[in-house]
Write a protein that binds this ligand. Sequence first.
Ligand code: 13P
Ligand code: SF4
Length: 333
Amino acid sequence: MEMEIGVSLKKHGYLNIPIDPKMDLESEIQRLKKEKNAIILGHFYITPELQDISDFIGDSLGLSQKAKNTDADIIVFLGVHFMAETAKILNPNKKVLIPDLNAGCSLAESAPADKFKAFKEAHPDHKVISYINCSAEIKALSDVICTSSNAELIVSSFSKNQKLIFAPDKNLGNYINSVSGRSMVLWDGACMVHEKYSLEKIIQLKDEHPDAEFIAHPECEKPVLIVADFVGSTTALLNYTQKSTSKKFIVATESGILHQMQKQSPDKVFIPAPSIDSTCGCNDCSFMKLNTMEKLYLCLEHELPELEMDEALMIKAKTPILRMLDISKKLTN
Ligand code: 13P
Ligand code: SF4
């Protein structure tokens, strides 16, 4: 069995072991979780059934805050690789599991560490703010990390005279530049999901639903953000839909969040914003959707795949993450 597991992990990036189709996956996951003192942390973009089985569901900031404070022995991360890395960096002595090692992120991949290092060296008098959607290597090269929830706050923690690099998301960077009046130097990276929205189709949809508010995540491109009634992180969008008196929303972010919106406001209507290619399901992050109930069960049962990271890298990457958590605490309290 050990051999099979090793081969399966190497070949697939996840455990590919047959599961009895009669097994009640949900109760088995609950049992294993209790037995092993494990916590399941899930991002808003995973499937509804995984969101419902998570102990905590949140955006990138909420998930890192939760990861920092948990007393569980095992963290199972239902999200993507950089999120599990952040949890591991904050908990180097805990076991961090990720059901599928292939759950990457196009945005994180758009900033290779060697190229980013050269970019940073070309701007020696700049401080570096990196969006949490990046590899641990990029975090280690940064002064402070931010998420879409706290990007404005993190940027404002630097004096107006301080020159800044913002990486890797040019759309979020552009948005923060426009609301803060800064002119941060931007790394040319983007998210494949948020870049696919069609402005033309959104405008058409707005015309068809004049009673709907259009809300968008700041990873979307500038022309889309300009026509939005509200721009915010996944948590901010969720809170907005609950508080707003509107009954209908066109939502430009990954479609997983619609589950929470609908749960919180069952009487409201949520329409996913259309992508350039309406046949491709581009509103789904294919990396997030690699997480499944079967992989979660196998991951908890065998405690694999486990995230393993270089200790020196974790130490370097931890400082800018802690700085972010500290600034967020001070500025939100
Ligand atoms: P937030 O969770 O910060 O809203 O970011 C969305 C995202 O793209 C995560 O990958
Ligand atoms: Fe990365 Fe975009 Fe997927 Fe978020 S939605 S994990 S930024 S590819």
